[in-house]
Design a protein around this ligand. Structure first.
Ligand code: RAM
Length: 359
């Protein structure tokens, strides 16, 4: 039950704005919503793969965090694709990776502005659901990219690579670097981040393999995709666990801050660090011996595919159902289980190949 003051505010909102938006702002997540969230929200109707690509659409990008260079690159890829397809791109988003209320209000604004599609990287799997469902019921197509919501809160998810591959390969990389022995820790992003939490789940599962019996995961720390917090969390990990042999940081902000800390400390080259970083951020730490190898996909290609998926949905070429196919640039993609579209395989960067990459 809403409190009387809130109820009055909601009534005023309903009178002053569209009813749909008032419902978004005032509705809570019910048990039924949660149940429904598990099934992918493919749009109603049949896909027409031969439908013309619509022009003059507006596609709104809503990253986890606007001042994160990873999203700057990803969204530039999105902008280029939207523009090439004859539509209008816009970007809105919070500056902190832990501002879920901010992301909700940006979804509401985009809905109010009647954009045709939203591409969003979610800070939390459930927090945006009511607002995104409201957007979809207003005819807006919703694509998550980079970090998903629960499947029922969007039409499709553009995934950077198989989440399972990413989680397992990060453990494999670190295990090789520390000789399959010793204490390790994870330095993650926000505690609620869908993408990092999914990868960490696969890391834990990978560690169950008997070949890792001498490796112990001692802590998962959260730097919230904030450079200073990530730096301090790395420092804290080493103070608390003086025998630490390695860190996995599956976030571009986290791995850069951890590398910065290690490279200026007595642990440089001794405590191994891997995870997900951009070649531009990590080049100097690979060259100075702080980092041996890490991985990532091309963020601009992720943004490009998110944009093309959004336009294909808004054009009726796909609805988000498993098995549908569509062309994005020169490549044909097939929608997988739960409306997931995979960009491809990540690249592992090390001293031998890092200079071939600029992003
Ligand atoms: C950070 C963000 C983003 C993640 C990358 C690897 O920039 O947390 O969601 O995909 O790292």
């Amino acid at each position: 039950m809403l409190k009387p003051t809130l109820r009055r505010a909601c009534a005023a909102l309903a009178a002053g704005t569209s009813l749909a938006l008032a419902l978004t702002a005032c509705g809570g997540t019910t048990k039924k919503d949660v149940k429904d969230d598990n099934a992918s929200a493919a749009s109603a109707g049949k896909a027409d793969p031969n439908a013309a690509t619509k022009k003059g659409l507006t596609v709104g990008f809503l990253p986890k965090q606007v001042n994160n260079p990873y999203f700057t690159t990803a969204d530039k890829g999105g902008e280029k694709a939207v523009t090439e397809l004859g539509s209008t791109y816009k970007e809105v988003g919070p500056s902190s990776a832990t501002d879920t209320a901010g992301q909700v209000s940006y979804v509401n604004t985009l809905t109010q502005q009647r954009v045709n599609a939203i591409a969003v990287s979610a800070q939390d799997p459930g927090a945006l659901c009511t607002a995104l469902k409201q957007a979809m019921s207003n005819g807006i197509k919703v694509v998550t990219y980079d970090s998903d919501t629960s499947p029922g809160c969007r039409n499709a998810f553009v995934s950077q690579a198989s989440a399972e591959d990413l989680g397992r390969t990060e453990v494999q990389l670190l295990a090789q670097q520390i000789g399959y022995k010793g204490e390790i820790a994870v330095l993650s992003a926000a505690q609620t981040a869908t993408n990092q939490n999914t990868w960490i789940g696969y890391m834990k599962d990978e560690l169950k393999d008997p070949k890792y019996k001498d490796i112990k995961l001692v802590k998962i720390a959260y730097g919230n995709d904030d450079a200073q917090q990530s730096f301090q969390q790395t420092q804290g990990l080493l103070q608390e666990h003086p025998n630490l042999k390695g860190i996995i940081s599956p976030t571009t902000v986290g791995i850069k801050a951890a590398a910065q800390y290690l490279s200026g400390s007595k642990y440089k080259g001794k405590v191994k660090l891997t995870g997900l970083g951009t070649p531009d951020d990590m080049r100097k730490y690979v060259k100075n011996g702080t980092v041996d190898a890490f991985e990532l996909w091309d963020p601009a290609k992720l943004g490009d595919l998110a944009a093309r998926t959004a336009v294909a949905l808004a054009s009726g070429q796909i609805t988000g159902k498993e098995g549908e196919t569509f062309k994005a640039g020169a490549t044909t993609y097939t929608i997988g289980k739960d409306g997931v579209i995979n960009l491809g395989k990540p690249t592992v960067f090390d001293a031998k190949n890092i200079d071939q990459f600029n992003f």
